[in-house]
Ligand binder design. Structure first.
Ligand code: NAD
Ligand code: UFG
Length: 337
């Protein structure tokens, strides 16, 4: 029996597929390659010595899913597929609800039809909304999201909760990621954003490699130790391992559960820049800019629930996140292209 990984050619998906293959799981990837390249999975195959099966297709293609699930070969689903750019979601909300919410509904309906009852979902710390107090803990209310992207994650969490309540055979885990960074230590796979990166680490890495002139720091007047935004950065390989632990926990669990996956501590933008300078051995040009709309000052995870119930915790620190990002960026200055 195989694990179906939707969006498995993407950043977090490809690292998780590698971790699954490395421990001997069979993997089928369904990805429409809208934000990924099949090259990521060719490299995963080289690193693991095993080729994941790639089906190039869309989760909203009901017949495709029906045919795939009808083979009886799929035991569980890890669902990464979706759109993820917060800013773009405010300009294209319908595309985000269509892909992230309607797409997930098609997947859930076809899973139910085929009797596939175990799902892991990529959620986000953003479901805690602007009013939550830090550290974010799973017992806190969710809601008050500040973008259509965040609301799409909130809606899917609610759908999963309701679906599990209505059908005792269905079990689902939502993993609320904090800020994933880093790359596989081989430097062969990593984050490959199209265009100008929205996120901090890929931006810094592209400045270091000379593709971008300087990092703009979005605000240095927040109520934080150095005035810049504080986030909980988590190494993508720790995150990948969290999916394996969650997959193993699914058969033991009933209903729906949500877990924070974070390191449990925050770093500021300037701390991240300094740590990257250490890794790449050069100083990086930085300019202070206005705050970015919708940004929060500081948040990090209480990650103790995943520790207790999934036996999961991070094992990689800031220096490793930076060294691995830099290795990937240096070896692949233009990503997979
Ligand atoms: P990514 O864009 O690299 O991966 C998403 C993958 O899904 C891509 O390969 C894309 O081609 C594919 N895809 C998109 N829509 C699809 C569709 N309709 N059908 C089939 N494939 C489709 O993003 P990522 O960083 O790897 O994120 C994976 C998941 O984790 C996403 O759901 C994202 O919202 C969530 N998440 C990411 C972060 C982050 O900072 N990277 C944080 C929290 C949550
Ligand atoms: N930042 C800069 N300059 C940049 C990019 C980012 O100063 O060029 C700062 C941001 O202001 C923030 C920090 O770096 O303080 C991290 O920003 P990211 O864009 O890397 O990450 P966010 O915390 O804004 O967003 C992440 C995920 C989203 C998710 C969100 C939850 O990328 O998917 O966390 O709030 F929705």
């Amino acid at each position: 029996m195989a694990v179906l990984v939707t969006g498995g050619a993407g950043y977090i998906g490809s690292h998780t597929v590698l971790a699954l293959l490395a421990r001997g799981d069979e993997v089928v990837v369904l990805d429409n390659l809208s934000n990924a390249s099949a090259e990521s999975l060719r490299r995963v195959a080289r690193l693991s010595g095993k080729a994941p099966r790639l089906i190039e297709g869309d989760i909203r293609d009901r017949q495709r899913l029906r045919d795939l699930l009808a083979t009886g070969a799929i035991q569980s689903v890890i669902h990464f597929a979706g759109l993820k750019a917060v800013g773009e979601s405010t300009r294209e909300p319908l595309a985000y609800y269509q892909n992230n919410v309607s797409g997930t509904l098609v997947l859930l309906e076809e899973m139910r039809r085929a009797g596939v009852s175990q799902l892991i979902f990529s959620s986000s710390a953003t479901v805690y909304g602007a009013q939550a107090s830090v550290p974010y803990v799973e017992t806190a209310a969710i809601g008050g999201t500040t973008s259509p992207y965040g609301t799409s994650k909130l809606m899917v969490e609610q759908i999963l909760r309701d679906a599990a309540r209505a059908d005792s055979r269905f079990t689902a885990i939502a993993l609320r990621y904090f800020n994933p960074v880093g790359a596989h230590p081989s430097g062969e796979i990593g984050e490959d954003p199209h265009g100008i990166p929205n996120n901090l680490l890929p931006y810094i890495a592209q400045v270091a490699v000379g593709r971008l002139p300087a990092l703009g720091v979005f605000g240095n007047d927040y109520d934080t130790p150095d005035g810049t935004g504080v986030r909980d950065y988590i190494h993508v390989m720790d995150l990948a391992e969290g999916h394996l632990k969650a997959l193993d926990a699914l058969p033991r669990q009933a209903g729906y559960r949500a877990y924070n996956l974070g390191a449990g501590r925050g770093y500021s933008v300037l701390e991240m820049v300094r740590a990257f300078e250490q890794a790449c051995g050069q100083s990086l040009p930085v300019t202070i800019k206005a705050r970015r709309d919708g940004d929060l000052a500081a948040f990090w995870a209480d990650a103790s629930l995943a520790d207790r119930e999934l036996d999961w915790r991070v094992s990689r620190g800031l220096a490793e996140m930076m060294a691995d990002t830099w290795r990937w960026q240096q070896n692949n200055p233009h990503g997979y292209r």
